[in-house]
Every structure is written in structure tokens, then in C-alpha cells.
Write a protein that binds this ligand. Structure first.
Ligand code: OGA
Ligand code: CA
Ligand code: FE2
Length: 500
């Protein structure tokens, strides 16, 4: 700065060698009109500019005055909400002229922890008088393990509270309504055939059918039981395990369903064989539940308001033989998809609704005698290809059979927490695309029972929708805005809130 100023000063000062040369008056440097006319037109021009300038300044002052008045009103409303909002709308919602869709300034960033490398250990301070160690288990997905996150007492309290409340089957035996969707989509068998025929060889391999849909009527399909269906329905005429278009036409959706159901379904054939319940963690909840929520907030460094408004704690129990096939906890991000937790505030009707769980924190409430690991089949794979998940009849998503082939398995140890991100970052401090590598499941429990709890942190990848949702719930009376009742798909919020 100093250098620049010195140079400027030097230029302003007349060069010493020319100091005695007399400069002509400014007007004379212009050819043409005489000096008197020239100075009058100058005067007029200067006055016009001056007036325009003054008018501009006055207009600007008025604008600033009125717009700050509106912001103050908005700010007061936000403060009433207990500072829970992400950010107030940039185009402030003045009471006289409500804008159609207020935009929220996007200057809040979500912290995303760094994994550094697999095996990296970082110390974290979560509770007084204790330092926890957090180990990076994988980078894709970004996954950490924290031993001793919960004390034995806390694990016991959570299991007891869940028992007191009662656990329900995580999956009902028969689920209907799948064909409805196919009818709605209005596709003919030939179109479906072409969509399924990934390698476009004019035949449907078992793997192509399974890649598209592992689940029919809530039943997990294996290559073997698909062959059984073919045989039962005499669909695969030449019995080569492949379906031609003609053969595929014979395999109507209704016949498929009837065949599966009349064979009888065992719990072990379902996607998920467990029982679960939900525990409210807001004000008035058991101290242990509130403390766990606070510890999760510290661990993940997420805004407390986001954690407060997330789903309640889900407690899951697997009996011996229980399992949960590999799945994503959260849905993909498509423009036509709405998050369950913000859907009502978004005031839109979309054909698809999904859970938007940015982070999963999973707690092991007991050490399991046999099996029951949490498997991440494709963690840290170089690439993710859906078709590669089933090869030579080996389905990596099948946690009853193929957990041993998963890239990563976490052994359930009482009090340990693992947590991972189900979405990537958008590079601007918010939630980006779904992380396909976050695929995971619960391996079959071979001995004893397994208890876990899930704390999901819900964030809408659409920043505006998340902000609007938070603004809406912050306007509710105090005791209504802890945790989202609409989030909870299979319980009625009233029962959760009353029981505990
Ligand atoms: C879940 C889940 C894994 C496990 O409940 O969503 O993935 O190890 N559980 O039980
Ligand atoms: Ca094919
Ligand atoms: Fe899960």
C-alpha cells in the first residue's frame, strides 16, 4: 500500500525538470468554443450531475431505511424462535407484501469430519473427564468407530426403556401394492424386458432380474428361489436359467406374487428380520436419552437444531437367526424426490418420498455371542457398479449368506458407536449426492440376541426446503417442536410422546 501511494504522490508532483513551464488554462486545451461558453456548459453539466447524485443518495437512504426495517421485523421473529433457524430469508417476508417463496440465505455450512486415512485415530472430547478415541474405518463411505461411546449403564437403560415401550416387527410378512406401481407406470412387458436387459443380449439373466429388484412382496429373492419360481410357473421353457422375451411374458406379476405367497413365507426370507421401537429424546425424556442426543451432537458437530429435529432414537432387537439385508438408510437425490421430514413444510406433492438421513449413528447395546456384524459390502471399493453386486450367484447384499465377502464388517461390542455419512458433500458446505458406498446390513445372528440403536440426523439436500421446514417448526409452541412426528413412518407420534 505504502509503495503504491508513494508512486501516486510522485506522479501528482510536477517533474522537477519541467517545474518552470506554465500550464495553459484547462479550457484552452479544448479546441473550439470560447472560454466563457465553455465554462457555462461545464457549470450546467456539473449541476445536472450534482442533482442526479443527490436524488440517488436520497433514494438509496430511503431504500436502506425501509429494507432494514423489514429485516429487523424478521430478525425479531427469528429470535423468538430461540435462535433455532438456520438463517432468515434473504428476501425478507415483510408482512405487507409476502413473497411467493422466500429464499433463505445460504451461509450455513455443515461440518464434515475428516477421515484422513483408514486406521487414523483422533481423540474426541464428548463427556467430562473422559477422552474417546475415534478410528476411521473407511473413507467410502466416511465411517468412524468410537469404542465406549455409551456406558454399560446407558446401554442397559436404553434396552429397558425399549422393552417397556414394546418392540414391533420391523417388517410385516406380506406387503402389497407393488403391482399397483407397475400398472401406474403403464409399461408393457416388452418395455420392462428392455429396461431389465442390462447387457442387451435379448435374454434376462437371473442377475439382471435381481439387480433390478431383490424384493418381491417383501421377500428377499435369491438366485435359487428365482429358479424355483421359473420352474413352478414353467416360465423358463428351455430351462437354461435365462428368460427370452416370450418366456418373460409368461411370468406375469400376479402369477409371480401368487406363487411366492402360496409357498409360504418365513421370517428369514424377509429383507429384515428384527423388532424395533422408537424412543423420544426431547424435553421430558429420560435423562440418558437426552444425554445421548447431546453426545451425538458433539460427536458429529452438527447444528443442535438439526439433531433436535431429527427422528427419535430407533432401538432394534434381533433374535437368533435375525438379519437385515444390505440397504441404504437414505434415498437418492432426484429432483422429483421429497424428504419425509420436510415434505409437509415443502408444500409440494411429489410421487416419491424418501428418508433423508445425512448421518447414521449406530450404537451396539450388547456384545453378540455369534454373528450380527454390521457389514459394508463395497466400502472403499475402487468403483461402484450395481451389476457387480451379484456375480456367479453370489449376492453381496445377502447378509445371511455372504457377509464373509463384505469388504468391511464391524463386530458388535457393547457401548461402541459407529457413524457414517450417507451422502457426500456438495462442496459448498451442504449435503450432496447419495454415497452409494454407504450400503450396509446386519449379518445374521448365529448365537444369542443383538441389540442396537440408530440415531439418524435428517437433513434435506435441498437447503431451501430444510430452512423452510425449520422455520415452520420453530413457530410451533415450545413443546411441539422437538423431534419430528411426521418423520416417523411406522408409529404414531402421540404414542411415542405419551409413553415416555
Ligand atoms: C439398520 C441397520 C445394521 C445392524 O438398522 O438400519 O443397518 O448391524 N442395522 O443391525
Ligand atoms: Ca441379458
Ligand atoms: Fe441401516
Amino acid at each position: 500500500m505504502t509503495d503504491v501511494q508513494e508512486t501516486a504522490d510522485a506522479e501528482d508532483a510536477p517533474p522537477s525538470g519541467r517545474s518552470e513551464v506554465e500550464l495553459p488554462p484547462p479550457c484552452e486545451r479544448l479546441p473550439g468554443p470560447k472560454s466563457s461558453v465553455c465554462s457555462r456548459s461545464y457549470f450546467v453539466v456539473v449541476m445536472v450531475f450534482f442533482h442526479v447524485y443527490i436524488i440517488n443518495v436520497i433514494a438509496l437512504l430511503f431504500y436502506v431505511h425501509y429494507s432494514s426495517g423489514q429485516e429487523d421485523a424478521g430478525g425479531a421473529r427469528d429470535a423468538d424462535a430461540g435462535g433455532r433457524l438456520l438463517q432468515r430469508p434473504a428476501a425478507a417476508a415483510g408482512s405487507r407484501r409476502p413473497p411467493a417463496k422466500p429464499e433463505f440465505a445460504r451461509d450455513v455450512s455443515l461440518t464434515r469430519l475428516e477421515g484422513i486415512r483408514v486406521g487414523h485415530v483422533q481423540k474426541v472430547s464428548l463427556v467430562p473427564d473422559k477422552v474417546h478415541e475415534m478410528r476411521t474405518l473407511s473413507l467410502k463411505p466416511l465411517l468412524f468407530e468410537i469404542p465406549g461411546f455409551l456406558s454399560d449403564d446407558e446401554c442397559r437403560v436404553v434396552m429397558r426403556l425399549a422393552q417397556l415401550k414394546g418392540l414391533m416387527e420391523s417388517q410385516l410378512m406380506v406387503q402389497e401394492g407393488q403391482e399397483e406401481l407397475a400398472k401406474e407406470l403403464n409399461l408393457n412387458p416388452e418395455e420392462i424386458f428392455n429396461l431389465l436387459d442390462i447387457n442387451q443380449d435379448g435374454q434376462l439373466q437371473l442377475q439382471e432380474i435381481l439387480t433390478h429388484s431383490r424384493v418381491r412382496e417383501g421377500i428377499w429373492l435369491t438366485p435359487e428361489n428365482l429358479r424355483e419360481v421359473y420352474a413352478g410357473l414353467k416360465a423358463d421353457k428351455d430351462d437354461n436359467g435365462l428368460l427370452s422375451l416370450e418366456e418373460f411374458r409368461l411370468l406375469s406379476s400376479d402369477a409371480f406374487q401368487r406363487f411366492l405367497l402360496q409357498r409360504g413365507v418365513q421370517r428369514s426370507q424377509l429383507v429384515r428380520n428384527s423388532r424395533h421401537t422408537w424412543l423420544y429424546q426431547g424435553k421430558g425424556a429420560h435423562q440418558v436419552l437426552q444425554e445421548i442426543k447431546q453426545r451425538v451432537t458433539r460427536l458429529t458437530r452438527m447444528p443442535p437444531a438439526l439433531v433436535d429435529l431429527s427422528e427419535p432414537l430407533q432401538v432394534v432387537r434381533y433374535e437368533e437367526g435375525g438379519h437385515y439385508h444390505a440397504h441404504q438408510d437414505s434415498g437418492p437425490v432426484y429432483p422429483e424426490t421429497a424428504c419425509s421430514h420436510t415434505r409437509l413444510a415443502a408444500n409440494i406433492s411429489t410421487p416419491f418420498e424418501t428418508s433423508c438421513r445425512y448421518i447414521t449413528v449406530l450404537f451396539y447395546l450388547n456384545s453378540v455371542d455369534g454373528g450380527g456384524e454390521t457389514a459394508f459390502p463395497v466400502a472403499d471399493n475402487r468403483t461402484y457398479e450395481e451389476v457387480c453386486l451379484i456375480q456367479n450367484d453370489v449376492d453381496l447384499l445377502d447378509t445371511r449368506r455372504n457377509c464373509d465377502k463384505s469388504n468391511l464388517r464391524v463386530k458388535p461390542t457393547k457401548g461402541t458407536a459407529v457413524f457414517w455419512y450417507n451422502y457426500l458433500s456438495d462442496g459448498k458446505g451442504w449435503v450432496g449426492e447419495q454415497d452409494e458406498y454407504a450400503l450396509h446390513g446386519g449379518c445374521v445372528v448365529t448365537r444369542g440376541t443383538k441389540w442396537i440403536a440408530n440415531k439418524w440426523i435428517n437433513v434435506d439436500p435441498d437447503y431451501q426446503r430444510q430452512a423452510r421446514y425449520q422455520q415452520l417448526v420453530s413457530q410451533l409452541p415450545e413443546d411441539e417442536n422437538d423431534e419430528d412426528s411426521a418423520l416417523n413412518p411406522d408409529t404414531h407420534s402421540h404414542s411415542i410422546h405419551q409413553d415416555l
